[in-house]
Ligand binder design. Structure first.
Ligand code: NAP
Length: 545
């Protein structure tokens, strides 16, 4: 690894990459345990996903009272969430508040991007290189780089020739965008687009939506939180948080389903779906406990949503284009919206089906699809992310024998989504093979951070210098992750969960779908058995080697 030695060569216990919610809490925990830690962050401030994704309408799809840290009761009692689902600006304010409240900034270096990381087996240390040519080293490397942080721009021919402005939802300008008077093209109809389109359509002269695959979307029913609601959550936090961790498959406290969709007659089932539809949000998907498992059960939910789309969109031909039919509901990430389908009733919104009329190229004047040129002043790319592995693939990470990109050439291989065989002392927070994106990220982040912090303290107490996932444990975990996924309907969709949105990316199911409570128990058991499945290197042996 090249690059000058600088002040950053100071020896530390741990380097954390990323100052989003995972990196912030990791820093807090390790510092409290007396470890010397430094966080490196490419952005100019904390917030991770919520720092970058500032597109109009950006909002979390987990309720704010649950999409928040639980580690500090004082914090959760004092923070005043204003809406049922917090918008990006409020979540970012919360991240800034946490950084201030726990005095985290003094141990974070901003505007510094990690480019390489290499494990030195003799020293049992990681050396990390940055984009400014400096380096740092530490015993432990903790990747807190997020699951959806590598924004993807498809390779559209002619994109650079476009005369207007182009923005990606995942890299939105801080100063915002004034759409008034503009003809705007939005490419993509995933969660980001579904949130942005209604807001842009209210401002722009015209919006042309380029849709390749329609999405199932549930009304968010966002609204201001009342004082009574906040008081209820605060009074019940201890019980609610515990339930989210230990009982909820997706880490979201809710009214958990106890029966399958076909156990109810048609009318009862319709009433139940109606109730969840009116309530709004992700809990629609847990109206029954077999929607992601059983095709017939799934059909009942999918049909219900298709009917709702048909009832909202006035033009039947347009409604048919917006009704998903090619994959089971929920097998692509379910979307939440505010007036998404209603927006297509507006005179200034046009839908272009790019499945039937593929995008051929971007021209200076707009987008040409199926032989028709759509004239545009601006293009919004809501084309998603190279999820879960993309942020690792950008880095040159070298373990004991090989690079991570070589090791993951056929898909990510991890033990518990926490560590990788051949990459000692490197942890991932919500890595591939853990529940991560299938769960309330806050719950999964806190679980991983606590597990890693407890692990480092345990190693220190025993004077153990190295920890590495054993190959057999990793092999078993990878097989288990795949086996559990194959028992569900998820692999049926060409989703980013499967890596299907990136040409050439191996098709493997990236997160662990066994559920947050089961997964937590497995991790707890592994730790209780002295980190079963991990090879441990005592400090004296490491020194002798
Ligand atoms: P996404 O779900 O991957 O959607 C990308 C969209 O772009 C899809 O409609 C995709 O079509 C389309 N697309 C990609 N390449 C294309 C091409 N070459 N030509 C035409 N269309 C193309 O990305 P996202 O909307 O940014 O969301 C990603 C994830 O971030 C979500 O699933 C969610 O987990 C998270 N997120 C959450 C929230 C929230 O909390 N409310 C908001 C935003 C994002 P295909 O479907 O055909 O591939």
């Amino acid at each position: 690894m090249t690059g000058p030695d600088t002040h950053e060569t100071q020896e530390r216990d741990a380097i954390i990459v990323g100052a989003g919610f995972s990196g912030l809490y990791m820093l807090h925990r390790l510092r409290a345990l007396g470890f010397s830690v430094r966080v490196y962050e490419q952005a100019s401030d904390v917030g991770g996903t919520w720092y970058w994704n500032r597109y109009p309408g950006a909002r979390c799809d987990v309720e704010s009272m649950q999409y928040s840290y639980s580690f500090s009761n004082a914090l959760q009692q004092e923070w005043q969430w204003t809406e049922r689902y917090a918008g990006q600006a409020e979540i970012l304010r919360y991240a800034l508040h946490v950084a201030e409240r726990f005095d985290l900034r003094r141990d974070i270096t901003f505007d510094t991007r990690v480019t390489e990381a290499a494990f030195d087996e003799t020293a049992q240390r990681w050396t990390v290189a940055f984009d400014d040519g400096t380096r740092a080293s530490a015993s432990f490397l903790i990747m807190a780089i997020g699951c959806l942080s590598n924004a993807r721009t498809p390779d559209f021919p002619g994109l650079s020739e476009f005369a207007g402005k182009v923005w990606h939802t995942g890299h939105w300008p801080h100063e915002g965008v004034d759409f008034s008077g503009l003809r705007v093209g939005v490419i993509g109809t995933g969660s980001s687009a579904i949130q942005a389109i209604p807001v842009i359509a209210r401002e722009a002269k015209h919006v042309t939506v380029f849709q390749r695959t329609p999405n199932y979307s549930i009304p968010a029913r966002n609204r201001p939180l009342t004082d009574d609601e906040r008081t209820w959550w605060r009074a019940n936090y201890a019980r609610v948080r515990q339930s989210a961790r230990r009982e909820a498959r997706n880490g979201i406290f809710a009214d958990y389903p106890v029966k399958g969709a076909l156990e109810d007659d048609d009318e009862t089932r319709r009433r139940r779906f109606e109730g969840r539809w009116e309530q709004g949000g992700i809990p629609f998907m847990s109206a029954y406990n077999d929607i992601s498992l059983d095709e017939s059960a799934n059909d009942t939910a999918a049909n219900f949503v298709r009917e709702k789309i048909g009832a909202v969109v006035k033009d039947p031909g347009l409604a048919a284009l917006l009704q998903p039919t090619s994959y089971p509901i929920g097998t692509k990430r379910i979307c939440l919206d505010t007036d998404y389908f209603e927006t297509f009733n507006r005179d200034n919104v046009t839908l272009v089906d790019v499945r039937a009329a593929p995008i051929e190229r971007i021209t200076a004047a707009g987008v040409r699809a199926g032989g028709t040129e759509h004239a545009l002043d601006a293009i919004v790319l809501a084309t998603g992310f190279d999820a879960m592995t993309g942020s690792f693939a950008k880095l040159d990470i070298r373990g004991r024998r090989e690079t991570l990109n070589a090791k993951w050439a056929e898909g990510p291989k991890t033990y518990l989504g926490l560590m990788i065989a051949g990459f000692p002392n490197m942890f991932m927070i919500t890595g591939p093979g853990s529940p991560s994106v299938l769960s309330n990220m806050m719950v999964s982040i806190e679980q991983h951070v606590d597990w890693i912090a407890d692990c480092l303290a345990w190693l220190r107490e025993r004077d153990i210098a190295g920890i590495e996932a054993a190959q057999h444990a990793e092999d078993q975990w990878v097989a288990h992750v795949n086996e559990v996924a194959q028992a569900t309907l998820y692999p049926r969709a060409a989703s980013w969960y499967m890596g299907a949105n990136i040409p050439g990316k191996p098709r493997v199911f990236l997160p662990y779908i066994g559920g947050v409570p089961v997964y937590r128990q497995i991790c707890d058991d592994v730790a209780a058995k002295g980190y079963e499945g991990f090879a441990l290197t005592p400090r004296h042996r490491a020194a002798a080697e």
